[in-house]
Design a protein. Sequence first.
Length: 188
Amino acid sequence: MTETVEQTPKWPTAADEARFWALIETAWERLGPEPAALRRALLTRDPEDDEGAGHPIDAWLDRFLGALRDLSAELSSWELTDLDRVLERKLHDIDRADIHDVTDGSDDGFLYARGWIVALGRDYYEAVRADPAMAVLDIDCEEMCYFFGHLHQERFGEWPETGSGISRESVSNPAGWPEELIPAGGRS
């Protein structure tokens, strides 16, 4: 008779989170003052004054992702897995109906919007977490959603196993989606 051992979900450590946010900040810093000013403006804008969808920082996302890729080029399998676990947790934690109400989008579209929020860095991420009105309509950064997982797969030939027991997919955070707010199609 075999016994099933329940595994305790693995959470990101404070050191993993600090490294994650430091990599994102360093990647942005490499791009100079213009994207830094755009990111600061996101934090100080009046959400009621938004003129439409998207944001000028979008023009910098590919360069940001390239810089992040360069910074991550020599990371080991376990380091990329740890960073993917942090990313997964950050995306999961802002998988909330109140944030979706601002960003809009399908399940995939909302995931990509959350990727954009994470890509903009800790300050913006925390601002949106605290006040969903700080989010922007019709934004996306699909590549950020699986960034460290894809790097791991490219370098080591397999997807990293984070052991977190959560999903980054939309509508998978039960705390963020009360039953009455779950869109048709249900939870991921």
